[in-house]
Write a protein that binds this ligand. Sequence first.
Ligand code: ADP
Ligand code: MG
Length: 341
Amino acid sequence: MPIRQLSSSLINQIAAGEVIERPASVVKELVENSLDAGARRIEIELEAGGTRLIRVRDDGTGIAAAELPLAVAAHATSKIASFDDLVHVATLGFRGEALASIASVSRFALTSRPRGSAHALCIEVADGRSTEPHPAQHPEGSSVEVRELFHNVPARRKFLRAERTEFLHIDELVKALALAHPDVAFTLTHDARSQRVLRVASDEAARLARVAALLGDEFAAQCLAVQHTAAGLSLHGWVGLPAAARAQADRQYFYVNGRLVRDRVVSHALRQAYSDVLFHGRHPAYVLFLQLDPASVDVNVHPAKSEVRFREQRLVHDFLFRALHEALADTRAGQGAGHAR
Ligand code: ADP
Ligand code: MG
């Protein structure tokens, strides 16, 4: 075959292959966009585990009428403009690919009304073609509707699991996003039945209640609050008491500047901090938020952005170890003496 330039819809489908693995990946991208748009309230509606319909509605800034076609174009973003912006990026998105990717593997509609505007517009994309924006009804904010995900990608469709399983993946993801955004209200509906309603948590007690709603009462009753700041790094959150450790490492939520990540440096530091208070083969539960200068962590490591690279790994490792070691000191002193609160 001769060398040829790929069509933009094929380019988008290839990009979608990297980040849009299942309905939960779509929900992640859409909710992250709503969060980046400063939403205070995010409603997620699903049908058939998200395979038939995913609708995410927010009350965020909205998109200016003239920019609607760009929002669904690949490599178009309002979040960075230069390499320097990328180094300091504080938004969850910055690649400008999600909407174009999702639209290339679904029947897609984006409706938006910018704050302060009297009019909403809707743009639809299907089979690689987008419509002219047309007038629509919508309160201030945006809605994205994704229907029949992977209708044109049989290979991906084949790997979808039962609707219930796909729903559980979405629910898990919504939990993880909601944990990091106590100041945002979330609702999750599946097949017209309400599954989660999370009101804004404005104080520490309400935040712990949200943790309890998401991680269980058992965790909330058996955890320690962590608050530690040093060398420009700040850590806060909750760690499970050793007694509440689990056989599976399934309740570990670690956020770097609001982004849920899996990182070896982090898990190693936490494992070490727990090493002398945990039985072998048990895993601590935790919800921890690390804040640091965006310039000292690279988030552009992988398209899915679930990995990061710390510029000073040793510093971060020692900081985390010290913070946790200190938080767990009492459990160490009182081992067997029932120091659980
Ligand atoms: P990225 O988030 O990486 O910029 P996306 O493809 O996810 O790329 O979105 C493209 C652009 O569309 C965003 O940069 C933003 O300007 C706009 N956008 C997408 N979703 C929303 C939303 N819910 N509210 C406001 N603007 C949005
Ligand atoms: Mg995005």
